[in-house]
Design a protein around this ligand. Structure first.
Ligand code: AMP
Ligand code: MN
Ligand code: MN
Length: 345
């Protein structure tokens, strides 16, 4: 059974506090201790989203502006980025994971709630001084130094604070990275972590001269016609279960590898599918299963506030936030939905 969060959203007492003064000073000291010519490796989670990539590259550009260090950025798994995230400022810092340093002077990872999200790159966190920059309440506290703020709407909020403490001023390129991260994780300032501080950060980012309309069109509103038709087919088979989640309602659908084949689409077009499903007013909880291999599925879950979906995701081996979480499911669609249904109570 999932505890119902307060309808007003998380309060300071619901969430662990952000980084302590000691954690901030340890992180700044570790970064400043990198010798001239030293190597800093930046990591983010598999299948990076706007927050993971934007936080990593925004920090990388900021660190580069201080001079003196060599910087690499990488992430595990497929190196194919969706077009919406290609060409982000700082992309020149990216290297394939197998070409990244195995013994850097310092490692930082961004938007990574658990070491498993780093795949084989998790080893890098053990072999060097490692700083975890994140905002997931489910963060497992792997790595050495923690800059984890579950009250932050995006990892980029923590990155902005870290850059400030390092004395790095925002420029247009850093701002574009951090803005993409912020709009991605706040659903364009719609989700419940959208605090006054989020808008104050957005204002500082916009003041550098970045163009929000052009960024939003590129990141959210660009889709090939085949993907529009694919969404139609997948949405057509959505199921609504009003009695699920203790009467709060569940809506779900799934997309198969065959669907991608039929419409000639790559897997990443499905990332936006959950946004078309979660608007269902009859259901508090929404869920999309995206087939990754014949027997495994990437599962996205969302809640409107009545259910903490991160508890469901964590109990099924994944993670995330109270209102947005996910896991990798094995088995058939019906088996995975049954497991979710059972945990929703
Ligand atoms: P998504 O539905 O992929 O947009 O993910 C929503 C949230 O759940 C994000 O904060 C992810 O970090 C988290 N998440 C998704 N999949 C997993 C997973 N397999 N393991 C841990 N966390 C996940
Ligand atoms: Mn992420
Ligand atoms: Mn994030």
């Amino acid at each position: 059974m999932i505890a119902a969060p307060s309808p007003a959203g998380p309060t300071a007492t619901d969430l662990p506090a952000g980084p302590t003064p000691g954690e901030w000073s340890s992180a700044v000291a570790a970064i400043e201790a990198v010798p001239t010519g030293g190597r800093v490796l930046l990591l983010c989670h598999v299948n990076p989203d706007g927050d993971a990539l934007g936080s990593m590259l925004g920090f990388g550009l900021g660190l580069r502006s201080l001079g003196g260090r060599s910087i690499q950025a990488t992430f595990p798994g497929s190196q194919d980025l969706p077009p919406s995230l290609q060409g982000m400022p700082g992309a020149e810092l990216l290297v394939p994971p197998d070409q990244s340093w195995t013994d850097p002077d310092l490692v930082l990872c961004f938007d990574v709630a658990a070491a498993s999200r780093l795949g084989p790159l998790a080893q890098r966190m053990d072999s060097s001084t490692a700083i975890v920059v994140d905002h997931h309440a489910s963060n497992t506290r792997f790595g050495g130094i923690h800059l984890v703020d579950p009250g932050a709407a995006a990892t980029s909020v923590v990155v902005d604070q870290l850059l400030g403490r390092l004395g790095v001023p925002l420029d247009e390129q850093i701002a574009e990275c951090l803005y993409i991260a912020l709009v991605t994780d706040t659903g364009s300032f719609r989700f419940d972590m959208t605090t006054p501080a989020v808008h104050e950060l957005a204002a500082r980012l916009l003041a550098t001269g970045i163009r929000p309309a052009e960024i939003s069109r590129r990141v959210f509103d660009s889709r090939p016609f085949g993907a529009v038709r694919l969404f139609g087919a997948v949405l057509q088979r959505s199921a609504l279960e009003p009695a699920a989640a203790g009467g709060r309602g569940l809506v779900w659908t799934y997309a198969t590898l065959a669907d991608l084949e039929t419409y000639g689409q790559p897997p990443y077009v499905l990332e936006a599918l959950i946004d078309s499903v979660r608007c269902t007013v009859e259901a508090d909880v929404s869920c999309v299963l995206k087939q990754v291999t014949p027997t495994s599925w990437a599962v996205s879950m969302r809640s409107k506030g009545g259910v903490d979906v991160s508890q469901v995701a964590v109990s099924l081996g994944g993670g995330g936030h109270r209102l947005a979480a996910g896991f990798t499911g094995a088995g058939s669609v019906e088996e995975i939905v049954a497991a979710i249904r059972a945990r929703l109570g």
